[in-house]
Design a protein around this ligand. Sequence first.
Ligand code: GLN
Ligand code: ZN
Length: 762
Amino acid sequence: MASHIVGYPRMGPKREIKFALESFWDGKSSADDLQKVATDLRCSIWKQMTDVGIKYIPSNTFSYYDQVLDATAMLGAVPERYNYTGGEIGFDIYFSMARGNASVPAMEMTKWFDTNYHFIVPELGPNTKFSYSSHKAVSEYKEAKALGIETIPVLIGPVTYLLLSKPAKGVEKSFAPLSLLESILPIYKEVIAELKAAGASWIQFDEPTLVLDLESHQLEAFTKAYTELESSLSGLNVLIETYFADVPAEAYKIITALKGVSGFGFDLIRGAKTLDLVKSAGFPAGKYLFAGVVDGRNIWANDLASSFSTLQALEAIVGKDKLVVSTSCSLMHTAVDLVNETKLDNEIKSWLAFAAQKVVEVNALAKALAGQKDEAFFSANAAAQSSRKSSPRVTNEEVQKAAAALKGSDHRRATNVSARLDAQQKKLNLPILPTTTIGSFPQTMDLRRVRREYKANKISEEEYVKAIKEEINKVVKLQEELDIDVLVHGEPERNDMVEYFGEQLSGFAFTVNGWVQSYGSRCVKPPIIYGDVSRPKAMTVFWSKMAQSMTARPMKGMLTGPVTILNWSFVRNDQPRFETCYQIALAIKKEVEDLEVAGIQVIQIDEAALREGLPLRKSEQAFYLDWAVHSFRITNCGVQDTTQIHTHMCYSNFNDIIHSIINMDADVITIENSRSDEKLLSVFREGVKYGAGIGPGVYDIHSPRIPSTEEIADRINKMLAVLETNILWVNPDCGLKTRKYAEVNPALTNMVSAAKVLRTQL
Ligand code: GLN
Ligand code: ZN
């Protein structure tokens, strides 16, 4: 019985690659230094998998930035603006595409399916020339081979590559990248030939787009591609790997009929329905089934007994020697190694498995199927599973009851939004085009140091409060000077908008090194929600009240919403996501009500990540949106009409969910917009009625560039053409945390003057 790993984290157990990359980019180390760190890491991963006993070990799952960008380099599909003139693509062109350079901007980045990982979107047009321009897949294969380790080279499949591409500038509306299939296959053939010559016996094509709702011509492309590649692939075993959801029946039929393919990988965690398909539709004789039973998207230890019985059922269908135990997807979406968690409580630790532990689980399952069950390992696992089920730190009866009572019922404010806005305006007395910011102000080194020292008990609580208070005061005074209408306290006490709340809620645990790559060298460290969530005491009231006492202007209370806390955490897998979300909603509701009692009149509940959690398949989206929006409404359904509820969202890419956004019933929504004006405006041009307050960001906070007054005024004017004057707010795109004061001061000055100029003209 064989074992397989779809892919492995590439940042290293202590983010070695991140630091090596950033030092290289800063010019502090050489390309050789960077390559050395990368080589060492790849070798250690391969050796580790070999030592564990994994049969099918992946190669080419390492990347200096992104695996899709690696495919772009392999195909030589470099957009014109980077002036690529041919030859093997080196770091300069590669990192210019990833991050831009002094004269050209980076390529676009977007979310990798429904994960928190972002890939570099290929830009293809009718004139894109392809040539085999990065031999990375082959050299990594050879590198492992030189260590005596046989690997499966992994490539992004040709159809997925094209389906994830966008049309280049100028041909946006008229060009379908999929039409380039015939042009990229010759390059794939060259790579395949080279891998064969180097001695590869397997090759893995990642085709995760197979789990999406595809049209029939898109599905046909798979048949076309793999039929065309068939003769080049002969003599090789070919694995088509899918992940992140079940494979729809139609797609299943098409791929399992492919002749040149020897095996199929399925995500049996998020795609439990594929299991039914295998059982009902059958599985082609003589082919391998790579069963993804170990979750690559979570940090929980596998329930080995349950996986074992799933595998036994599959074995009966596909045959003993054709079943391969695997992970549900690449392990790059989970944390790296539990060994480095020194601060986690031992009981909680026994419930977890990071990438390194998951590799061991996969192997243990494969051995068990082969009749060599490691009884001690299985019984330790069973003990941990049952301790997790019965632990009092997981279950809080009261919370369970309260959350259960929410299901199926509705929660919304009694008065409609326009009447509420009137009531609020009487109290707040804001000018038209009111100005505000999204919450955070620049986080200086000093500020970070204060928080760090307080955490490490190096300064007293008194000193800490004093320092934060001074910071808040500075931010409040600055906003008054800038003449902003609705103020924020600047969030100086927060390291991260989810972690800050997680640390104060029960049911959350935190890791020291549980980093997951988000994009390039950036990683996030999601909290772990292991138990029922409750709020032992108020979390933000102290600071908000203090900030409000410093000014006569309205001060926004600032909270992170339940859906965002959920989507940016590792979530428990022993109850449905919506139940956990309802629990968080109840905790946030208490905070909202305490803020109101403390005299805070405007409360912002950020749902930055609501759009992110949208399921991949249309059939599942309505249900998600329903409970997500419901959870948001639960948090504020109990406030008075005169309390103004704001929400904020990152990404304006929500044309498809606009009705759910309206259904959130917030009084004001601020949204990221400045990089996609047109998209957002088109929703309103198409006649969607929007009656609540709305603040589409008027400048991009991700860039150090300072927008001029005219430019901002111009943007606002465009909005005014489609939206009612009295609902429009003026604000930046997102929080200012990552900017410097030298950028924030002039940008906000210009923003306020643009609003003032326009007010005189309306
Ligand atoms: N209130 C948060 C801030 O301003 C929102 C951040 C976000 O939307 N990602 O930083
Ligand atoms: Zn944002």
